[in-house]
Write a protein that binds this ligand. Structure first.
Ligand code: MLT
Length: 273
């Protein structure tokens, strides 16, 4: 993997897959919690039509941790990486926690965005019950380590079909979670509990957007995601069959087709203001 050393001294690991296609857009793929760049391995074929930047967020995968894992700080780290690559305008594709970072990126670095792909995520913040559960989970992981987190997330992340028919995917995700430091998992839980509500941003987004849901996602269910997509002017909504919360891994071919079709069809949106 490539490494960027930031002015603060932490290093960010990332893959940079450049396309041979002329005028190819750049998509930055930002992983969910508590995963790393490898969750996007099946999206590499999109390199035929787009430049792909696939980082490990600070503290995850091979990237150094940083003190502030807030969604704001993580969006700034992504902007710094893209600046360093002279990437120009990018399409930000975030899954779940990656999507939360995407709203912050749209809020703080809007001039850098040429499109947004929101996969299995939401724009609202946590209610108090969810935030409290995250605080409990954060203190638990510091005591018990990452392995129980991997076990607990298995049923939540995947569709029954994936669990039955694709043990390799289930196993590789569990491995990634087990490798993630308990301190990072705890810090990310606390940061997500404090994230801002970006519902108001939806109506003012003036960029082509694609919202992708998993038909059997229990964390961010399809009806909630479709309602969110309807609030973004001109957004395309796609539901991926046979998929739980990890659509890009569980049904990569439908996911990649949705992205490729949207890239072909997307046009600048009219302002909704
Ligand atoms: C994720 O996949 O990133 C998580 O489900 C996000 C969350 O816990 O809200």
């Amino acid at each position: 993997m490539n490494k960027l050393k930031t002015p603060a001294g932490n290093s960010i690991s990332f893959l940079h897959l450049k396309s041979d296609s002329v005028d190819a857009p750049t998509i930055v793929f930002v992983h969910g919690f508590p995963l790393d760049h490898s969750m996007w391995n099946q999206q590499h074929p999109l390199q035929s039509i787009a430049n792909l930047v696939i980082p490990d967020l600070p503290g995850f995968g091979e990237s150094d941790s940083i003190e502030d894992l807030s969604m704001q700080s993580l969006s700034d780290q992504m902007a710094m990486l893209l600046d360093n690559l002279s990437a120009g305008d990018v399409i930000f594709c975030g899954l779940s926690m990656g999507g939360y970072i995407g709203w912050e990126f749209a809020y703080r670095h809007r001039d850098r965005l040429s499109g947004l792909i929101c996969s299995n995520s939401r724009a609202t913040s946590d209610d108090e019950t969810t935030a409290r559960a995250r605080r409990v989970a954060a203190s638990q992981v510091l005591k018990s380590g990452s392995t129980p987190v991997a076990e607990a997330m298995r049923e939540k992340l995947f569709s029954p079909a994936t669990i039955e028919q694709n043990p390799a995917v289930v196993h590789s995700v569990a491995e990634t979670i087990c490798k993630t430091a308990p301190e990072t998992i705890a810090a990310a839980q606390l940061a997500m509990a404090q994230r801002k509500d970006h519902s108001d941003l939806l109506r003012t987004l003036e960029i082509p957007s694609l919202v992708i849901a998993g038909a059997e996602d229990r964390i961010t269910p399809t009806p909630e995601m479709e309602t969110m997509a309807n609030q973004i002017s001109g957004a395309t909504f796609v539901e991926i069959a046979d998929s739980g919360h990890l659509s890009p891994l569980e049904n990569a071919s439908e996911f990649n087709t949705a992205v490729a079709n949207w890239l072909t069809e997307r046009k600048p949106q009219q302002s909704s203001l």
